[in-house]
Ligand binder design. Structure first.
Ligand code: SF4
Length: 182
């Protein structure tokens, strides 16, 4: 099957169409693209070391107990997400640090549902510890940003070597710290 670039290839892969080179982007990959591109490249090579430590320190680990009586998990192809009982997609983060990565992860879920399953939903980004919630809608602007991010992720994970290390506040707690700074 001939496709027109990474977005079409991802959609064909998601729909189970025959694709020469299947291409998958998970919600976590979208998040990492906005956290650290070098980390995403390592992760794409399955260089998994101590993810637990990094996610806890950064405050990006999903709080398993928040809204547990009001949400149900859904797996659809390459994404796993949580739905509230009012139908909105919820992404729970313990902290509002790293807002853009969380917003893009949620926007990707909304885009994927819309494009792959023809299901149109709104999202809510929840920070229960801070008693904060923010609505996320799949605007045209967000669609463009999600699709340009998919193309950029495709280019990044197909590079033969990772992008150079750039110091970030959470590098000391990163699973790949020793690959960057030792
Ligand atoms: S140590 Fe810092 S630069 Fe290196 S992968 Fe982790 S977050 Fe990125």
């Amino acid at each position: 099957m001939t496709t027109n670039g990474p977005v079409d290839r991802l959609l064909a892969t998601a729909r189970g169409a025959p694709v020469d080179e299947p291409f998958r982007v998970t919600g976590v990959m979208m998040q990492y693209y906005y956290v650290c591109k070098r980390e995403l490249w390592f992760e794409s090579r399955n260089l998994e070391i101590d993810r637990e430590n990094a996610t806890v320190v950064r405050g990006t680990r999903v709080d398993e107990t928040a809204y547990e009586d009001k949400r149900e998990s859904l797996r659809l192809g390459m994404i796993s997400l949580d739905l509230l009982d009012d139908g909105r997609v919820v992404e729970v983060k313990p902290s509002s640090a790293l807002t853009e990565p969380a917003e893009m992860q949620l926007s990707y879920y909304l885009w994927y549902l819309d494009r792959v399953a023809d299901v149109h939903r709104e999202g809510v980004l929840a920070h229960p510890r801070e008693r904060r919630r923010e609505s996320v809608e799949l605007t045209e602007e967000r669609v463009k940003k999600v699709e340009s991010s998919i193309r950029a992720i495709h280019d990044l994970v197909h590079r033969p070597s990772p992008p150079p290390a750039e110091r970030k506040p959470f590098c000391d707690s990163c699973a790949y710290h020793d690959f960057c700074w030792c």
